[in-house]
Design a protein around this ligand. Structure first.
Ligand SMILES: [Zn+2]
Length: 397
């Protein structure tokens, strides 16, 4: 049986113990000590972190009366000094003590039963036996919990047996057997729990609800508790200050301002699209008029662009091949590659397959397609001019 020092003194950060066993397992060296300050994972509270003989302790689990510490290296045998990461412990004691107060307040405000608790690295959630919870109840719970915190109520541990449970005002019944550990928060709350808690509610400092979501048909409320609530306030304040500058307005106008900007974007996008269509029509018309039928039975149009917008080039090409008796070959040259497109009108007897290899080899290109449009890219943008010249030669001879 491991002597659980954490129950006797929750403030103890360092201890000396004897290593009774160290066994290599898949997830590391499983170490049993005669006594420990390391709290094992349980009741929604994560395991303590820390060091044993300066080797990081990565996990702590409870198996019957034994506590298993998992280490990355073999600590050997004999005496060992242990040290827990107290910032981590303190954070989770804040989460755990805060959760008891919140569960008590949920019960008192609306008869909301706590079904499940999760203490994550970022926030703590409480799932309640109700499909939803009105905002006014969440606010009332938050206010009641913060009043309890400020009342500096004593948090005490009582160990009792099942037959004595009726003497205590339990928030929820327990089916635990043997010695039962009760956590009492002054006259406010009483629940069976094996976790670690502060001695006074004041140390929880502050609780703040940050959202409600639905899970398994129940409402689940997310909370920032203790130091995390202050950090969250600071972070949100930073974001608001930045937004004030960006949006040029006070926070009570943020939503309206964002809505106005969204509407402006929609209007500009529509205008931009109209202008692009007109530009494509004009550009296509100029290209079309610039080329006459060289005798092949269709006009051969070649065009070279530099870093042109892909949407615009697509529209110009579409406009051209929607005309009669046209074959078009276009390149769009960027710093390290060349995009090529070849297309034709539906009334032209044109085959790309016959000229594909001759053309693509010039620009070290790849790609393909099917009648009436073929597209791809090449790795030699400096030879884009030769590519167009070759295309003309093949059709204007
Ligand atoms: Zn607890």
């Amino acid at each position: 049986m491991t002597d659980k020092l954490y129950y006797r003194d929750i403030d103890k950060k360092e201890f000396n113990a004897e290593i009774l066993e160290a066994v290599k397992e898949k997830k590391g060296w499983r170490v049993v000590l005669d006594k420990t300050c390391f709290f094992p994972e349980g009741g929604g509270q994560p395991a303590d972190k820390g060091w044993l003989k300066d080797i990081p302790v990565t996990d702590v689990q409870k198996e019957g009366d034994l506590i298993y510490h998992y280490l990355a290296e073999n600590p050997g045998t004999g005496a060992a000094a242990g040290r827990i990461d107290f910032d981590h412990r303190r954070d989770f004691m804040q989460q755990h003590t805060g959760q008891h107060i919140l569960s008590g307040a949920l019960w008192k405000i609306g008869g909301y039963k706590t079904l499940a608790v999760h203490m994550g690295e970022d926030y703590t959630t409480i799932e309640i036996e109700a499909p939803d919870i009105p905002e006014k109840d969440v606010i009332a719970v938050e206010e009641m919990a913060n009043r309890v915190i400020n009342r500096d109520l004593q948090v005490s541990i009582v160990e009792t047996g099942h037959s004595e449970l009726h003497r205590f005002p339990l928030r929820r019944p327990t089916d635990l057997k043997g010695k039962i550990r009760l956590v009492r928060i002054g006259d406010f709350d009483c629940a069976a729990c094996g976790g670690l808690h502060f001695k006074s509610t004041r140390e929880v400092e502050l609780v703040k609800a940050i959202g409600v979501e639905k899970i398994r048909g129940n409402a689940r409320i997310a909370w920032k508790i203790g130091g995390r609530a202050f950090a969250d306030y600071r972070e949100k304040d930073k974001i608001i200050t930045a937004l004030r500058t960006v949006l040029g307005t006070k926070e009570d106008m943020f939503a309206q301002k964002a809505q106005e900007l969204q509407e402006e974007i929609v209007t500009y996008k529509r205008k931009c699209n109209q202008l692009e269509n007109r530009l494509a029509e004009t550009a296509a018309q100029n290209l079309f008029e610039g080329q006459q039928d060289p005798g092949a039975g269709f006009r051969v149009i070649t065009v070279s662009w530099q870093d042109e917008d892909a949407n615009l080039t697509k529209k110009i090409l579409k406009n051209l091949i929607n005309r009669e008796k046209v074959v078009v070959c276009a390149v769009n040259v960027t710093a390290d590659r060349v995009q090529w497109s070849i297309g034709c009108s539906a009334d032209v007897d044109f085959s790309f397959d016959g000229i594909k290899d001759d053309l693509l080899s010039i620009i070290d290109g790849r790609g393909g397609g099917r009648f009436p449009l073929w597209q791809g890219a090449g790795a030699a943008p400096d030879r884009a001019g030769d590519f167009l010249k070759k295309f003309r030669e093949l059709h204007c001879s």
